[in-house]
Ligand binder design. Sequence first.
Ligand SMILES: Nc1ncnc2c1ncn2[C@@H]1O[C@H](COP(=O)(O)OP(=O)(O)O)[C@@H](O)[C@H]1O
Ligand SMILES: [Mg+2]
Length: 246
Amino acid sequence: MNAIITEGLTKRYKDKTAVDSLNLSIDEGELFALLGVNGAGKTTTIRMLTCLSTPSAGHAKVFGHDVMAEPDEVKRLVGISTQDTAVAENLTVYENLKFMAGVYMSEEKGKEAEKSISDRIENIIKMFNLDEVRNKKAKTLSGGWKRKLSIAMALIGEPKILFLDEPTLGLDVLARRELWKIIEDLKSKVTIILTTHYMEEAEALADRIAVMISGKIVEIGTMDELEERTGKKGLEEVFVEIAGRN
Ligand SMILES: Nc1ncnc2c1ncn2[C@@H]1O[C@H](COP(=O)(O)OP(=O)(O)O)[C@@H](O)[C@H]1O
Ligand SMILES: [Mg+2]
């Protein structure tokens, strides 16, 4: 099944086309990496696919639901973690997770619902090794911990698609490696759309890679396909080759 399909998806700002007639399909279960220099249109694409921004033209469907016609359905299916993520600085790790769980499960009421919410939070805490910081306020966490919390929060609504917009930006090598491991573990459970500037990250994690330049996807494929098409070895060389000819 297609997790995402876009047709002519476009976002224009006054004098700028940020995303230009994007035609894309991403399969359920895929880890899809979107690469491109700053300003290429990656974040704008993610914002349209998560109903945070309205397309200027074209269509996008998330598991068959149109982002413009059925935003409530789409929002229920997606989780997003970005650089300026919505972690509440004055709440503890646990309180942040509980708050997010409440947002997603506001319709469920009663003792049973409370039990299922706390079970879900405990599962997430375990999965992300957050136990040692569970009672710490978010503002006291290092960048790596905060990023883990942000991804944990994005997962608490049990999304079918997880959007990770530069999840390892600014992290030290060890924190980055730890996040990679978490993302690897998530791969089998959820469809992931990842943006990154770290080529080794995309190379290590992605099933397919797309290179975006000035709002357009100019190359897309598996690592092997991109190497074959460009005649280069390694994603960094591939990327430079693609960027150079566009
Ligand atoms: N709200 C906005 N208003 C005007 N221009 C915007 C806005 N958001 C993004 N842009 C422009 O759209 C282009 C794509 O931005 P963005 O999607 O953030 O790229 P990326 O995430 O690949 O760095 C950039 O030129 C950026 O300046
Ligand atoms: Mg961006």
